[in-house]
Write a protein that binds this ligand. Sequence first.
Ligand code: NAD
Length: 495
Amino acid sequence: MDTLTHLIGGDAVTGERTLDVLNPATAQAVRRLPLADAAIVQRAIETARDALPAWRAMPPAKRAQVMYRFKTLLERDAQEICALISEEHGKVLDDAMGELKRGIENVEYACGVPELLKGEYSHNAGPSIDTWSNHQPLGIVAGITPFNFPAMVPLWMFPMALACGNAFILKPSEQSPSAANKMAHLLHEAGLPAGLFSVVHGDREAVEALIAAPEVKAMSFVGSTPVARSLYEGGTRQGKRIQALGGAKNHAVVLPDADLDNAASTLIGAAFGSAGERCMAISVAVCVGDETADALIERLAPQARAMSIGPGTEPGHDMGALINASQRDKVAGYIEAGASAGAQLIVDGRTHPLVESSPGFFLGATLFDRVTPDMSIYRDEIFGPVLCVVRVASFEDAIALINDHQYGNGTCLFTRDGEAGRRFADQIEVGMVGINVPLPVPVAFHSFGGWKDSLFGDLHAYGPDAVRFYTRRKSVSQRWPERSAQEAAQFSFPS
Ligand code: NAD
């Protein structure tokens, strides 16, 4: 079994406290991971501090050159990165490739950093006064990332943070850590000077050390809502800039005029892709009218039963294992709770043959009908392959239901009615909206973020918001008075 290391200033650093990283398809340990303490975090901070001045002074166009090379290297080693993701996370290889490609889009966007940092200029903002605003880097920034996107979510963060002239410390999920080390090696190969990107592995202890460190000026977090909230509160108390993206419960509304065949097949992918372990997974289908619900279930149930489930590293499967035994048991517990609360269990993922026959953390796809808002399967983020159908009488009821939910990450409407689509996009209290697009994850030149308990902070992840998050604005006003002019003191504010 390999032992991973922290990567600090180009050095491989080990530690005494360790954790086994498991392959969810076999339940076997595949790597041993060191867990950082405050001293290791401090070492990464000091290395970053030493490397920063030269990087900050480097023209943005030169920093962008590192990103161009990094993109090419990510593409060169894509298969290797996806194999690591699939082995530690459990998702199928095609899905790992999808996440990597969406991540690479963010590197491409960061290649445009000279344009993005150009700033604003006003000639003669006052008499002979020129004013310009520019964006300067914050210094040392950190990212804390979840298990479910080992490449894409870190790539939301560090390419832009680095391109803007910062140093970045990444604390990846301890459950899927290897992609981070691989990306650190590629950054080094791309010519990033040592010290500017460190990978510090660990758990709560490492995160708390980053929060406590005054040298760390900003933190980007993606993970569950309780941790997001506590990191936001703890970080802002320390005077840091924080963006903390949390959990989700994403609804798709199906109107009677929707193209039901297409809605059903896209919903199957959106609900069960990556075993439902996506913050944008659709976990609730809200059907307007009983006829719509009956017709949708008729289409969903056979597709849910027919899904091919198996190790993500084996080609041809639709869905792999869940991340660990406790998550698999938690999801199975929700299925039990939903059935006991009176929801109609149409497809029960617990009966899939792999649940008994494999040592891995498998569950089949589960479909519930007649779910009501008081049930835990409706209220909570399950983060597994469970799709709940809720029946409502009207479009207004569907909008009110979604607006009442604590989470507001993504949502989608299936309809052929443009007026309904427009109204939905306007009135729904959710940060990312799809009209006939079940997973409305914005492209890299827009920004990504939910509302309500799905995001704590002001700025969304990646895209234009990332430039603002990883920089601070400075306004400079300048004039060059004529040498001969004698200026009198002015005591009133110039108007
Ligand atoms: P998690 O909150 O358990 O862990 C996320 C990160 O925080 C990890 O790096 C982990 O080591 C660290 N962490 C865990 N507990 C901590 C604590 N008490 N103090 C400090 N740090 C701690 O989340 P996860 O299980 O890795 O990921 C799944 C969650 O992430 C789901 O809720 C999912 O919706 C959410 N997620 C959200 C988005 C989004 O964009 N909103 C994207 C992906 C995942």
